[in-house]
Write a protein that binds this ligand. Structure first.
Ligand code: GLN
Ligand code: ZN
Length: 753
C-alpha cells in the first residue's frame, strides 16, 4: 500500500486558539505555562486529526509560535547580538523579541526583518548573519515535539528547514559576504540535531529545501551536495527526505538526484513537467514523495487526474517507494471546510481546506475508488456550473484588443490636459487613520446595531472631516480617506460577482496575523458602481481635486484564492474589465485624478526568472486595460510599496500611469540609485517618510529627501507623498507629519533650500 504523507499542518486551531494565547501572552494576560499548554494541546489535536484521517507520515516541528525560519534561528543559535542572549537554550521572550522587537523587561530592541516566503503571502523572519559567525545547538524543540508525539503512539517525521535554504534566505549583516561560507560552521549543528532525533527513534527526517527548485548557480548546487554528503553520515538510522516545493527542479534535477538521501519530495501541482525528467534517472530504492494535492489553494482536486501521475511514477519507482502528499505544507490553506456553515452548498462541494486535502491524499494512497469517482463528478459539475460561467464576461474578455490598452495620447501631451498643480504637488496614498471608532461603526453595521443610513452618515462625517483637514494643511490632491473599507481587496471582492467569502478561512500572514483571502470562483463582473458614491461626495465638498481610489487587478488576484480552471492571466483580465468600468464611472462623476493601487505587482513575479517576462507582459496589459479607457485629461496614478522595485522599473514605465507613488523610506537609496541608471519618463512620488512608525518627520528631513530625489529626477516629475496609506496611524501624528511634508514641498517650490 502507498504511504499517505503530510509535509506540514497549520498550527492556528479552529477557534484561533494559538493567536489568542500568543497575543494574550504578549499583553500579560496569559501566563507562559498557559501559552505552552495551548501549543501542546493544538499539536495533540492536529496529530490526532491527521492520524484519524488516515495519514501515515505525520510531521512534527511544523508547529511554530511565530515562524519556522525564526525557530531555525533559535535552533542553531543565530541570535543577533542586540538581543543580549547568553548562549544557552533560546527562551521564548528572546524568541518573541527577535520577532517583534521589545521594550519590556529592560530590553529595548528592534525586531528582525520580515519578508515574503517565496511567492506566498506568508512572511518569514529573515535570519541576520555575520561573517565568520558561529552556531550552536540552542533549542530542543524538534526533539521535544518528536517525543510528545511518540508518547501518544505516533512515530512522527520531524521537519526542519534545510541548512542551505536557511543560509540562502538569510541576510548578510555588515560587509557583504557569501552566506554559504557559513555552511561548514552550520552543518555540525544540523548533524547534532539529526543524530539526536535518530537516537530518539525518528525513522524519517524531512529537510525543507525549496530553494533547490529555484534558479541556482554552480556554487549553490555544490553546496547542496556538500551539505547532504555531510549530513547523511550523521543521521544514524534515520532516513532523510529532502522536500522541494513551489517550483520544479527542472535544471536542478541532477543535483537533487545526486543528493545522498533516501527520499525526495517534489511539487507535481506547480511543476508536473518535472516528473518525466526525474523518472528517467530515478535512483533505485529512493522514495518519491509526490506532491499531487495543491497546498496553495482551496479547490477540491480531480483525483482521477492526479492518480494518473501517481501511476506513472509508481511504474518506475515502485509502489513501495511512492508516497502521496500535498504539494507543500498546508500552512497556506485554511484549516477545515466543515467549519463553514454559511457557504452555499454548491460552492462548498467544490472546495477542500487542509483537513479535506489530507482526505484526498489518503483516498489516492489507498486507491479509494468511490472518493476518486466523486471528486471527478464534483470537478465536472463545477466546470459546467452556471455559477462560474458568465457568457457576457467571456465574450467581452475575448473581444479585448490592443487598442483598449492604449491611452488617447502619450504622457507628455496628456499632462497638458490634466489638473493644474504647483511644482512638487503634495498628496497622500489614500487611507487616513482607521480609528477604533471607524471599526466599531462597521462592526455595528454588520451586527445590525446601526442602520445602513446611520452608517453612511457616519462615513460621510469622517470624509467631511478628512477633506477639511487636508484643505487646512494645504495638500494639493486630496483623498476621501477609505473609511468605508475593511481591506483593500475584500472591499472590492464583496461587490464583484464571481467572489465568495469564508467565515473561518484564516491563513497566516505573519506571526499572529491571519487573513481571510476572498475566493474567486467564477467569471468576474461588476454589477454596479463600487466607490463612486464616496468619491463623488468627497469631491462635492472641495474645489481641490479628489483622487478616486481603486485596487488594481493584479493585486486583487494576488491576494485572493484564485480559480485553478483557467490561467491567472485570464482571471486578471476579467478583474481589469471590472475595474475599467469603475474608472470610467468615476471619471463620469467628475473625478479628475484616479489611483489604481498595485502594491502586489512585484510579488507576483514567478520564482523562476525564465517566467518573468510572460508574467510581466500580462500584468502590464491588465493594468493598462483597467486604466486606458479614460480621456487624456484624467490623471491616472498608481501606487506600489514594500518590494524590490529595481527589477521592475522598466515595467513600471510600460504601465503608462501618469503618476506613480512608490514606497522609498525602507528600500531607501536603492530606489533612487535605480533612477540614476534609468531615466523614468513620467511623474513619480518616492515616499518621503515611513508610515510604519508614529514618529513625526521634521520638515528638514523631508526637504533633504526631496533634494536627493532631485539629483536623479527632474523638478517637474517629483510628487511629495508618504510611503503608503495612513490607516494604521493615529490622527495626531498624521496631521503633524503631513504639515511638515507640505512645508517641505513649499520650500522646494520657493527654491529657498
Ligand atoms: N490606497 C491604499 C491605502 O492608502 C494603499 C494600501 C497599500 O499600498 N497597501 O491604504
Ligand atoms: Zn502602499
Amino acid at each position: 500500500m502507498t504511504i499517505a504523507s503530510n509535509l506540514g499542518f497549520p498550527p492556528l486551531g479552529a477557534a484561533r486558539e494559538l493567536k489568542r494565547a500568543t497575543e494574550g501572552y504578549w499583553s500579560g494576560k496569559v501566563a507562559l505555562d498557559q501559552l505552552l499548554e495551548t501549543g501542546a494541546e493544538l499539536r495533540r489535536r492536529h496529530w490526532a486529526l491527521q492520524r484519524d484521517v488516515g495519514i501515515d507520515r505525520i510531521p512534527v516541528n511544523d508547529f511554530s509560535f511565530y515562524d519556522r525560519m525564526l525557530d531555525t534561528c533559535a535552533l542553531v543559535g543565530a541570535v543577533p547580538p542586540r538581543y543580549g542572549w547568553r548562549g544557552k537554550e533560546v527562551d521564548l521572550d528572546t524568541y518573541f523579541a527577535m520577532a517583534r522587537g521589545s521594550q519590556r523587561k529592560g530590553r529595548d530592541v528592534t525586531a528582525m526583518e520580515m519578508t515574503k516566503w517565496f511567492d506566498t503571502n506568508y512572511h518569514y523572519i529573515v535570519p541576520e548573519l555575520e561573517q565568520g559567525q558561529s552556531f550552536q545547538l540552542s533549542s530542543h524543540k524538534p526533539i521535544v515535539e518528536f517525543q510528545e508525539a511518540k508518547a501518544l503512539g505516533i512515530n512522527a517525521t520531524p521537519v526542519l528547514i534545510g541548512p542551505v535554504t536557511f543560509l540562502l534566505l538569510a541576510k548578510a549583516k555588515g560587509d557583504v559576504f557569501d552566506r554559504l561560507s557559513l555552511l561548514d560552521s552550520l552543518l555540525p549543528v544540523y548533524a547534532e540535531v539529526l543524530s539526536e532525533l535518530a537516537q530518539a527513534g525518528a525513522t524519517w527526517i524531512q529537510l525543507d529545501e525549496p530553494t533547490l527548485a529555484l534558479d541556482r548557480n554552480e556554487a549553490e548546487r555544490a553546496a547542496f551536495l556538500h551539505a547532504y554528503g555531510q549530513l547523511s553520515k550523521r543521521a544514524g538510522k534515520a532516513r532523510l527526505l529532502v522536500a522541494t516545493y513551489f517550483a520544479g527542479l527542472d535544471d536542478t534535477v541532477s543535483t537533487a538526484l545526486a543528493l545522498p538521501v533516501q527520499g525526495l519530495h517534489v511539487d507535481l501541482v506547480r511543476a508536473p513537467q518535472q516528473l518525466d525528467k526525474l523518472l528517467t534517472a530515478w535512483p533505485k530504492g529512493r522514495v518519491l514523495s509526490a506532491g499531487v494535492i495543491n497546498g496553495r489553494n482551496v479547490w477540491r482536486a480531480d483525483l482521477a487526474k492526479q492518480r494518473e501521475l501517481l501511476d506513472r511514477a509508481a511504474a518506475k519507482v515502485g509502489r513501495e517507494h511512492l508516497w502521496v502528499a500535498p504539494s507543500c505544507s498546508l500552512l497556506h490553506t485554511p484549516l477545515d471546510l466543515d467549519l463553514e456553515t454559511k457557504l452555499d452548498p454548491e460552492l462548498k462541494s467544490w472546495l477542500a481546506f487542509a483537513k479535506q486535502k489530507l482526505e484526498e491524499v489518503v483516498a489516492l494512497a489507498k486507491g479509494d475508488q468511490r472518493a476518486i469517482q466523486e471528486s471527478s463528478t464534483a470537478v465536472k459539475s463545477r466546470r459546467a456550473s452556471q455559477r462560474i460561467n458568465n457568457a457576457a464576461v467571456q465574450r467581452r474578455a475575448a473581444a479585448v484588443t490592443d487598442k483598449d490598452r492604449v491611452r488617447g495620447a502619450p504622457y507628455a501631451a496628456r499632462r497638458k490636459a490634466q489638473v493644474d498643480l504647483p511644482r512638487y504637488p503634495t498628496t497622500t496614498i489614500g487611507s487616513f487613520p482607521q480609528t477604533s471608532e471607524v471599526r466599531a461603526a462597521r462592526r455595528k453595521l454588520n451586527d445590525k446595531q446601526l442602520t445602513a443610513e446611520d452608517y453612511e452618515r457616519f462615513i460621510e462625517a469622517q470624509i467631511g472631516k478628512t477633506i477639511r483637514l487636508q484643505e487646512e494643511i494645504g495638500l494639493d490632491v486630496l483623498v476621501h480617506g477609505e473609511f468605508e473599507r475593511n481591506d483593500m481587496v475584500e472591499y472590492f471582492g464583496e461587490q464583484l460577482a464571481g467572489f465568495t467569502f469564508t467565515e473561518h478561512g484564516w491563513v497566516q500572514s505573519f506571526g499572529t496575523r491571519y487573513v481571510k483571502p476572498p475566493i474567486i470562483f467564477g467569471d468576474v463582473s461588476r454589477p454596479s458602481a463600487m466607490t463612486v458614491r464616496w468619491s463623488r461626495y468627497a469631491q462635492s465638498l472641495t474645489q481641490q481635486p479628489v483622487k478616486g481610489m481603486l485596487t488594481g487587478p493584479v493585486t486583487i488576484l494576488q491576494w485572493s484564492f484564485v480559480r485553478d480552471d483557467q490561467p491567472r492571466a485570464e482571471t486578471a483580465k476579467q478583474l481589469a474589465l471590472a475595474i475599467r468600468d469603475e474608472v470610467l464611472d468615476l471619471e463620469a462623476a467628475g473625478i479628475r485624478v484616479i489611483q489604481i493601487d498595485e502594491p502586489a505587482l512585484r510579488e507576483g513575479l514567478p520564482l523562476r526568472r525564465a517566467e518573468w517576462s510572460g508574467y510581466l507582459q500580462w500584468a502590464v496589459d491588465v493594468f493598462r486595460l483597467a486604466t486606458a479607457g479614460v480621456h487624456n485629461s484624467t490623471q491616472i496614478h498608481t501606487h506600489m510599496c514594500y518590494s524590490e522595485f529595481n527589477d521592475v522599473l522598466q515595467v513600471i514605465e510600460r504601465m503608462d500611469a501618469d503618476v506613480i507613488s512608490i514606497e522609498n523610506a525602507r528600500s531607501g537609496s536603492e530606489l533612487l540609485q535605480g533612477f540614476e541608471e534609468y531615466k523614468y519618463p513620467n511623474e513619480i512620488g518616492p515616499g518621503v517618510y515611513d508610515i510604519h512608525s508614529p514618529r513625526v518627520p521634521a520638515t528638514a528631513e523631508i526637504t533633504t529627501a526631496l533634494k536627493s530625489m532631485r539629483r536623479v529626477l527632474d523638478d517637474a516629475q517629483i510628487w511629495v507623498n508618504p510611503d503608503c496609506g495612513l490607516k494604521t496611524r493615529g490622527w495626531e501624528e498624521t496631521l503633524a507629519a503631513l504639515k511638515n511634508m507640505v512645508a517641505a514641498a513649499k520650500e522646494m517650490r520657493n527654491g529657498s533650500s
